[in-house]
Ligand binder design. Structure first.
Ligand code: UD1
Length: 359
């Protein structure tokens, strides 16, 4: 059973790590890892491989950055060669980045089965590149591994046959649970109260006007709490190009993009997080850290109903921020199947499929 596992961008690495570990336990799985090179900086890629003990990729397609069409097309061209050479029985893609759709599409057209981990999430906002990537990947996938209840409902409504859908839980939480001891030990508990900020969505950082408004609010918040801001390269480029670095208050400490363990330990000791990330909504929910998400929608609604996430805009953010300071903010409830065993379940399903001659 030859499997190609694809990872391209930072959040992908967190999702493939537990799966690679589980598949290694069975000799029948001969898996190879393909890094598309969508993310390539040491801080965006190498440090995740080290922290999560991911083996060196068998292939690195080195595609780098580019417009959507350029990046997606370059991944497709390079990945097709790998598929032809390796002739896998299955290609596993994760998440919703350009690498996900590019490799799923290549595999499907070569009549190779495709498994999508984190299937079924929907923001219903087709201006987000990730929403397009998710929907198209799901349509052509043979195995749809779902992380939360909404995923099941969305796929069922879209007419995906029930036999293809598996509610396995959240594989990002597998990584978090496996690393929790390290995460807890690197940063000593301290009395310092602080918040963590992360922004990288084009809708928040690609327009100067929007970024100015966001910085104004963050400056306001920083009057009462110190803020740490690990910056994504996209955001740092925009802050530089728009000449906004000097607008940022001294109580906001800009950091380079952090590795997995350093980032989560910063989050775990924080009082609150303000973000536009997808994964961070889930990680804060699991850790019971209040999370204000500066977006109009989320594809992860369980983080609102059972987690610590609230969708905010520039007019409502201060209201929720005061609740956090007053300790009146909600706490997390249990989330079904966020139990650290998603990768194990995926492995068992694939094993069953092999035994029954379907894979
Ligand atoms: C991508 C994903 C997004 C995900 C995010 C996580 C898509 C469409 N978007 O967005 O869903 O949430 O990753 O981080 O796939 N850059 C570097 N070094 C790197 C990588 C990027 O400097 O290692 C810079 C480049 O200037 C590049 C820009 O960041 O042009 C954007 O990178 P790109 O991969 O296009 O999208 P992200 O914003 O990272």
């Amino acid at each position: 059973m030859r499997i190609l596992i694809v990872a391209g961008a930072r959040p992908n690495f967190v999702k493939v790590a537990p799966l690679i570990k589980e598949l290694k336990k069975y000799e029948c799985f001969k898996n190879k890892l393909v890094h598309t090179g969508q993310h390539y900086d040491a801080a965006m890629s190498d440090s995740f491989f080290q922290d999560l003990q991911i083996p060196v990729p068998d292939y690195n397609l080195n595609v780098g950055s580019g417009s959507h069409a350029v990046q997606t097309a370059n991944i497709m061209i390079a990945f097709e060669e790998v598929c032809i050479k390796e002739n896998p029985n299955l290609v596993v893609v994760v998440g919703d980045v350009n690498s996900t759709i590019a490799c799923a599409l290549v595999a499907k057209k070569l009549h190779i089965k495709v498994a999508h981990v984190e299937a079924g999430l929907r923001s219903f906002d087709s201006t987000m590149p990730e929403e397009i990537n998710r929907k198209l990947t799901d349509v052509i996938s043979d195995y749809l591994f779902v992380s939360e209840q909404s995923g099941l409902e969305n796929l069922t409504k879209e007419g995906v046959s029930k036999e293809k859908i598996f509610h396995v839980g959240n594989i990002m939480i597998d990584s978090l649970m496996h690393s929790i001891a390290k995460i807890s030990s690197v940063r000593k508990a301290s009395k310092e109260k602080y918040g963590v900020i992360t922004f990288h969505r084009p809708s928040n950082v690609d327009s100067k006007e929007r970024l100015v408004e966001i910085i104004n609010i963050l400056n306001e918040i920083s009057k009462s709490r110190k803020l740490y801001w690990p910056t994504h390269p996209r955001t740092m480029t925009r802050l530089n190009n728009f000449e906004l670095l000097q607008n940022i208050s001294k109580n906001i400490k800009l950091l380079d993009a952090l590795g997995y363990i350093d980032f989560l330990s910063l989050i775990k000791q924080s009082e609150f997080v303000i973000t536009d990330s997808g994964g961070v909504q889930e990680e804060t929910s699991f850790l019971d850290i209040p999370c204000l998400t500066l977006r109009e929608n989320t594809e992860r609604p369980i983080t609102i109903s059972n987690g610590t996430n609230t969708l905010v805009n520039l007019s409502t953010i201060m209201h929720f921020y005061s609740k956090i300071l007053d300790k009146k903010y909600k706490h997390k409830k249990r989330i079904v199947l966020w139990d650290g065993k998603a990768a194990e379940k995926i492995r068992d399903i694939l094993l069953y499929e092999v035994e029954n001659g379907r894979l």
